[in-house]
Design a protein around this ligand. Structure first.
Ligand code: MRU
Length: 342
């Protein structure tokens, strides 16, 4: 299986997703500034993968630290964590993973056998645990969600919630891969996901590689495809889910949920529990990333709008819980009215 990220010889090796689908290119990252750039530019992207990447980034900063004392190491890691936290605001997995790494460091302060080498080893171990757990969570999401897929289903997905967005088989797409493994026959439509085309560049690439019957559509075809091609369910990922079940995902997701309601079909969110933000009550409190205006003025290197255009470019939107049929996590399938029990 393709591995979008791994730890090798004290470096983070990752697929540069901006090069797909034309080239499958791995990059090796040996310092935190390069990692921050990779996350900001979406070379590494997708909420669970960002969480794994910052965990490894924290470990990388520990390995690279010249500090001889716990206090010195802590200072270096605080600086690294600050930079990583400033890369992208919406995917809560980023903050979840860094909180977890910081807790690991805090536990080491009372370590009677303390030495910089031992601290670095234990910090790296925690980052690799996050990576391994993400793989396990993806597998479990796939198994839990596959029961919802029936023969002859026509499934619409948006953005990329697949292998490339996680350390494992993905979230929404893990369900599709598991259903295929179970012998179910169904079709998938993938929305291209303007402006950065994660659907056409990444989802289509991995669905084709995994022999899924997939068809690419423009985002603005969704309503007519649901109506005329008999879409039976929509399954997407999430970047942050509030305590009440409101869920932020790639811009365009909310519109699909409205369409699902109008056409009387199910709208599912698939995400690991690391995407649930227990500190926020509702979607109103989810910070939404606004990205550079240039992403709308150019399509790749081709100018597609006047340079002086006023631009609004939010990267995510929030789907209210009332439009979500169920949230599929590694723990089970939860109807949103019962979501509080997770
Ligand atoms: O801006 P991106 O490409 O990082 O946005 C990714 C998404 O919106 C995904 O749908 C989400 O992170 C779920 S990934 C399993």
């Amino acid at each position: 299986m393709i591995e979008p990220i791994r730890w090798k010889n004290n470096k983070i090796v990752f697929i540069d997703q901006t090069k797909l689908p034309a080239r499958l290119r791995y990059a090796a990252c040996g310092d935190i500034d390069m990692l921050c750039e990779a996350i900001k530019k979406l070379r590494i992207r997708g909420a669970p993968l960002i969480g794994v990447a910052v965990g490894l980034g924290y470990a990388l900063s520990a390995v690279n630290s010249k500090a001889k004392t716990y206090k010195g190491l802590k200072k270096d890691l605080e600086a690294a964590s600050k930079k990583l936290r400033a890369t992208r605001p919406t995917a809560v997995n980023l903050f979840w993973a860094l909180d977890r790494m910081e807790k690991t460091l805090a536990h080491l302060s009372g370590d009677p056998y303390g030495s910089p080498d031992r601290w670095k080893r234990l910090i790296l171990k925690e980052a690799l645990n996050i990576l391994k757990e993400d793989k396990d969570m993806c597998r479990a999401i796939g198994k839990n969600g596959a029961g919802l897929i029936k023969n002859k289903d026509v499934i619409l997905t948006h953005c990329n919630a697949g292998i490339l967005a996680t350390a494992g088989h993905g979230t929404a797409l893990s369900i599709i891969y598991e259903a295929k493994k179970q012998g179910k026959r169904f079709k998938v439509y993938a929305g291209e996901t303007r402006p950065l085309m994660q659907g056409s560049r990444l989802t289509m690439w991995e669905l084709i590689k995994n022999h899924i019957d997939a068809t690419l559509i423009c985002d603005n075809m969704a309503a007519s495809v649901i109506k005329n091609k008999g879409v039976t369910k929509i399954i997407v990922g999430a970047d942050r889910i509030a305590r009440n079940g409101d869920a932020a995902n790639k811009i365009g997701t909310y519109g699909l949920a409205v369409l699902a309601k109008h056409h009387g079909i199910h709208f599912y969110i698939a995400a690991p529990s690391s995407t649930i933000d227990r500190n926020i009550k509702s979607g109103k409190d989810i910070p939404i990333e606004e990205r550079n205006r240039i992403e709308l003025i150019y399509a790749g290197s081709k100018q597609t709008a006047p340079l002086s255009s006023k631009v609004y470019n939010p990267a995510f939107d929030v789907t209210p819980r009332s439009l979500i049929s169920a949230i599929i996590t590694e723990k089970g399938v939860y109807e949103v009215k019962r979501f509080r029990r997770i």
